[in-house]
Design a protein around this ligand. Sequence first.
Ligand SMILES: *[C@@H]1O[C@H](CO)[C@@H](O)[C@H](O)[C@H]1NC(C)=O
Ligand SMILES: *[C@@H]1O[C@H](CO)[C@@H](O)[C@H](O)[C@H]1NC(C)=O
Ligand SMILES: *[C@@H]1O[C@H](CO)[C@@H](O)[C@H](O)[C@H]1NC(C)=O
Ligand SMILES: *[C@@H]1O[C@H](CO)[C@@H](O)[C@H](O)[C@H]1NC(C)=O
Length: 234
Amino acid sequence: MVFAQFIFLVIFISQFYDNAECISFFHFTQDPPPVRDIALMSRYIVHHSDWATLSYLGNQSFMDGMPMGRVYSVSDGTINNSSGVPYIMASPMDLSFQDVVKTKNCSLVLSLAQSDYCKKKSYDPEDPRCAQLTLTGKFVKLDKDDPEWNVAKTALWTRHPVMRKWHNLVPGHHWQFAKINIEHITLIDTFGGRKYPTIAEYFKATPTFNYWPKLRHSVITVKKNVIIDEEFIN
Ligand SMILES: *[C@@H]1O[C@H](CO)[C@@H](O)[C@H](O)[C@H]1NC(C)=O
Ligand SMILES: *[C@@H]1O[C@H](CO)[C@@H](O)[C@H](O)[C@H]1NC(C)=O
Ligand SMILES: *[C@@H]1O[C@H](CO)[C@@H](O)[C@H](O)[C@H]1NC(C)=O
Ligand SMILES: *[C@@H]1O[C@H](CO)[C@@H](O)[C@H](O)[C@H]1NC(C)=O
């Protein structure tokens, strides 16, 4: 009995040390584009967001059909390459992932309140000038042989460097990549109500990256339960 408790303790503590905390990601410095350019503004919000809230219909027995949400890390490309397609990495052990793979219809909600922009401008997160975007469409799990699997992997692993360690840090999770097939875009970026950029306008818009004064790289070191993310200038 005492031995069993000892084994339990060893397993429990080792799990604790496997937990990883990422201290910083990349830092964006560019201001948003002018509000009249709604497609470019939408692309700016997507590319500059490290995370977003995925809304979907729950399918767990106790709340089948109820609206649910979960935060995911997102990326639409490497730091200087934006595709406009939001990718996520998730595990099939995650109940939200299980539900949305079945129920499919979903919205991804992103806000500039998630960067330091609104705070710098003293905009409350509900202030329309603190721009927010809702991408509505279908959740699509990517196939391992689909060339887009690697596109998603590069997009996420470069922007969230700790993710490339999740296979080892949290083994047995069978990490997957997925994307949102966007069908509707709803933007609020100033006073006067919602705006609806078309899908064609959204994908035609070309964000520029020449505002980068310097590229920053990240080096990740795992020390016990803390990941030290050191940045240095290229
Ligand atoms: C992005 O930056 C990387 C590293 O500096 C470079 O190799 C790559 O060509 C750049 N891509 C674009 C689209 O500018
Ligand atoms: C930018 O991303 C697209 C996919 O969205 C890819 O086809 C292209 O090769 C990438 N360019 C660079 C320089 O990485
Ligand atoms: C949700 O779960 C129930 C019960 O398992 C199932 O009958 C229903 O079809 C599911 N909904 C969707 C959209 O898959
Ligand atoms: C998903 O949305 C479409 C409209 O785009 C609708 O026809 C369909 O019934 C929805 N599916 C579910 C499971 O609610």
